[in-house]
Structure formats: structure tokens, C-alpha cells
Write a protein that binds this ligand. Sequence first.
Ligand code: COA
Length: 172
Amino acid sequence: MKTELRELNTDDEEAFIVGLKEWIDESPHWYSFAWKDGMTFKEMLEILSNERLGKDLAPGRVPHTMLYGFLDGVIIGRVSVRHTLNESLRLRGGHIGYAIAPRFRRMGYAKEMVAQALVYCKTIGVKDVMVTCGDTNVPSWKIIEHFSGKLQDRIWDEEDQETIRRYWINLT
Ligand SMILES: CC(C)(COP(=O)(O)OP(=O)(O)OC[C@H]1O[C@@H](n2cnc3c(N)ncnc32)[C@H](O)[C@@H]1OP(=O)(O)O)[C@@H](O)C(=O)NCCC(=O)NCCS
């Protein structure tokens, strides 16, 4: 395994800022939900820590851990792990969401990172992992099926106006 998936720490500021630039042509949400222009890295780490601990959660949010994938010190993507599901995540989102920076795609890194995220899920007691993806998002459902995800159903997502697939990966 070439990538290391882990939480950010105070030594990662430079890598985080460099990694953000990889997303200039795509939605920065794929990289970070917490980062806002003008905040300090330390402030963001505090938000991430609170979210992991379930402290001061915004309405509709559940405790979650943001794990970043490092390749030789460079952040190439992330996996967000939701510790529990709410109504909205059961519809779309599930327990884990992942993204790889464009220039690092199609090299097997998402699979590597999801493998590590599933180990993390087990450590926090999530044994049945729900994962959702757009019906046409071929790499995403290939990853889920690689980890023996069982398709629950395909449903129409009014908000995003697309059909999505809902899968479960059993870790026991
Ligand atoms: C989905 C995403 C994370 C995949 O990352 P990746 O590192 O390129 O994926 P991998 O290299 O591990 O490839 C996984 C599988 O998808 C296949 N694949 C990758 N890109 C593909 C593409 N554009 N078209 C078809 N298959 C593709 C790979 O060949 C591999 O298949 P295999 O298991 O048969 O070998 C990445 O495309 C991404 O970040 N997309 C934007 C965010 C997103 O859609 N996230 C998922 C939300 S549900």
C-alpha cells in the first residue's frame, strides 16, 4: 500500500494548503467541508476535532472523521467517515464519501484509501457500511463492488436530479 490515510495534525498545514490547489477546477467540497477562506489551519483542526467528537454539531450533522490520503507527503484525496446515519445520509451520503484529486485518479488510490477507511469504520464500531453513489459514477460503484458492496436499491434523488445507488458493505 502506497498511501497513508489519517487525520490531519498541526504539522500538515503546508501539505493541506498545497493539496487544496489540486481542486481549483472542481468543487473544493470534495477536498474539505470545514475549510473556509480566512480561517487559520489551527481553527480548522479544531472544527475537525469537534466534528469527530460530536461537539457543537451544526443541525443535521452527525459525528464524522475526515481522513486524508498522503502519498509521499502529498495529499491526494480524502475519505469522510460518518459515525452514524441520519435520515438524509440514509437517502444519500451513507457512512463514507471519498474523492481523489484529478491528476491522481485511475491509479488505484481510491481503492487503497477506501480499504483503510473500512478498517477505521470497524474501529469505531460501524460493521455495516452504507455507501451511495450516482448511478453513472462508474469508478465509484466499481470501488464499492470491489469491497463486496451489496446493492440495496437504485432511487431517484430529487435534490441532485439523478438516480443513485445505495449499497451496504458488511465488515463482519
Ligand atoms: C470516484 C473516484 C474517487 C475514483 O478514484 P480513483 O482513484 O480514480 O479510483 P481507482 O483508481 O481506485 O479506480 C477504481 C475503479 O474504477 C475504475 N475507474 C477509475 N476511473 C474510471 C473512469 N473514469 N471510468 C471508468 N472506470 C474508472 C478503475 O479502473 C478501477 O476499476 P477496477 O476495479 O476494475 O480496476 C474519483 O474519480 C473522484 O474523486 N471523483 C470525484 C468525486 C466522486 O465522485 N467521489 C465519489 C462520490 S460517491
